[in-house]
Structure formats: C-alpha cells, structure tokens
Design a protein around this ligand. Structure first.
Ligand code: FAD
Length: 282
C-alpha cells in the first residue's frame, strides 16, 4: 500500500483532494487490526499522525468551550489540565484499552471508526459536541448527533477529515461508566455518560453499545430534569430506579457476539441509576 506522510494540514488536504477515498491513519489502533486480519487493503493510506495542527487543544477566549484536535490521544485527554475541564471524557479515556493503546489511540480515530461501543462517543453526545471537518472544498461543523449516522457510518464526505471536536464546558457533575466482560482492556457491552448543566437545571444521558449509534435517552432526561428539586438536588433509590427503567426503555440493543439485548438493557438501567446517584449526591 502506498503511504503518504504529509506533515501539514494543508498538504494533507491536497493529498485527500487527489485521493478522496484514501484511508486515514492516525494511531492505527483500529485500522491496523483490520489490516492484520486482512479485512482492509486500501489503495492509498494518508498518515496524519505528524500533523501538529491536529495534536493541540484550545480554550476559547471566554473559556466557555474547549476544542480538542483529532490527533489528541487518550493519554493526553486524561491528564490535567484537559482532563479537569471535561472529567467525563477523561474518565472514558481511562477505560480505553491499555497504556499502549491510550498513548497511540486518538479521539479522531474513535470518531473515524464510529463504533457504537467507542468510549469517547457517549461523552461527546452528552456534551452536545460539534465535529469539525475540513477538505479542499472548505471547513464545516456538524453536531456529533448528525455526524454519527449508523454502525461505523458517519456523515464524513470523501476527501474530508475530522480536524477537531468542540464542546461547551458545563457547570455541573459529569461522569462515564461502562460494563464489559472484564475490568480492563475491554470493549463496552454497554456504557453511559451523564452530564449535569446546573445553571440550566438540565441533565443529559447518552448511551453506548445499545443502538446502531450512540444515542441520547431524551425522554428520560426530560422526565428526571423535571422530577429533581434543583434547589436541593437529592436522589432516592426509587428515583434512580425509575430513571434507569426509562433510560433502558429508550435503548435499542441487539444480541451479538458480545452480549444479549436483554443484558444490555439491564446494564444501561443500572449504569444510569448509579450515575444519577453519583451525579446528584448531596
Ligand atoms: C487492544 C485494543 C483495545 C482497544 N480498546 C478500546 C476501548 O476500550 N475503547 C474504545 O473505544 N476503543 C478501543 N480500541 C479501539 C481504538 O483504540 C479506538 O477506537 C481509537 O480511538 C482509534 O484511534 P486511532 O487514532 O488509533 O485510529 P486509527 O486506527 O488510526 O483510525 C481509525 C479509523 O478512523 C479513521 N480516522 C482516523 N483519524 C481520523 C480523522 N482525523 N478524521 C477522519 N477519520 C479518521 C481512520 O481512517 C480509520 O478508519 C481498542 C483497540 C485495540 C487494538
């Protein structure tokens, strides 16, 4: 396979304009597995791991949003100060693979693969993140909800790459939890991210591995946001259980080689109830 190794974003966009269906290679932790199993043999590979433009993260001048470059690794995300700004993303990053995978794997690669079990994605969904894309035809921003269109399918166009992802910094608790067949080095059987926006008296919950894409349980969000007394938030066991039931009712899990739909539905109910209790603990 010819491998092009541009060192600037500009040169990358030129390479992608010439080879719009080229395979992008960031950390290679998803892509190289497919190559090794003979599942993928692209005509051209464009390596993007040398692009300084993708490896940075920035705060906007008012410190209300953070933009994380597509080439930022999980290792960088879970470190301070970035990890303190988006604690749920740091928590999710901590659960990805092993130290080696976290040092090589990138947030752009998680978005590129767009597996419903990708650990960064429920966090990006709960935080209503915006995916930044670039090609020789220009730049565009897409809500992460519009970017994820199906199982490992995205709205990315030929010749385009993800340059960054932007999210608002919320004033409120946020956390991520996942269930797998063991405690480490495991792909999620079910996962959830809960984020609280205290000034807006609003709570969001996004679910992973229980649908064709990561999905939000918007009915349960609206119900619990109205049920909570925001002047003195507290979570009873009954409230947590009912929230879990409502979240599970909105999941769309399937039976596959990793688990059953019934277990996944049960797991997201438990995760949602626990995250709610943790998030609104007095
Ligand atoms: C042992 C092991 C354990 C793992 N554990 C986990 C886990 O616990 N949780 C989890 O979520 N994942 C896990 N993964 C999967 C993988 O590490 C992640 O999905 C990671 O985020 C992929 O990033 P990468 O930079 O390595 O992507 P790559 O493998 O380089 O690319 C992945 C895909 O995204 C595309 N791509 C890469 N960058 C961009 C971009 N900027 N714009 C558009 N498309 C792009 C590529 O073309 C490719 O199709 C694991 C993988 C391995 C091998």
């Amino acid at each position: 396979m010819p491998v092009l190794i541009p060192t600037t974003l500009d040169a990358t966009l030129d390479a992608l304009a010439e080879h719009p269906h080229a395979q992008l290679l960031a950390g290679g932790t998803d892509f190289m597995v497919e190559v090794n199993f003979g599942h993928r043999r692209p005509d051209v590979v464009v390596a993007i791991d040398r692009l300084a433009e993708l490896r940075a993260w920035t705060l906007d001048p008012g410190a209300t949003t953070v933009t994380i470059g597509a080439g930022v690794t999980y290792r960088e995300i879970l470190q301070s100060p970035l990890g303190d700004l988006v604690p749920a993303l740091a928590e999710a990053a901590r659960t990805v693979g092993s130290p080696q995978i976290r040092s090589a794997g990138t947030i752009g690669g998680n978005l590129g693969t767009c597996s419903p079990a990708g650990d960064a994605l429920p966090v990006l969904s709960a935080l209503d993140a915006t995916v930044e894309l670039a090609s020789r035809s220009g730049r565009r921003s897409l809500s992460v909800h519009d970017y994820m269109v199906g199982v490992k399918r995205t709205a990315r166009r030929p010749g385009e790459l993800v340059t960054a992802v932007t999210m608002r910094l919320l004033d409120g608790w946020q956390g991520y939890a996942k269930v797998g067949v063991r405690n480490a080095m495991v792909i999620s059987t079910a996962s959830a991210c809960l984020a609280v926006d205290r000034p807006a008296s609003d709570l969001r919950i996004a679910l992973g591995a229980v649908g064709p894409t990561v999905l939000r349980a918007r009915g349960a969000e609206a119900w619990v946001s109205a049920a909570i007394d925001w002047s003195r938030p507290a979570v009873t066991a009954d409230l947590a259980a009912e929230f879990g039931r409502r979240v599970a009712a909105e999941a769309r899990p399937i039976d596959d080689h990793r688990s059953t739909a019934a277990y996944r539905r049960h797991a997201v109910a438990v995760l949602a109830g626990r995250l709610l209790s943790r998030g609104l603990a007095p």
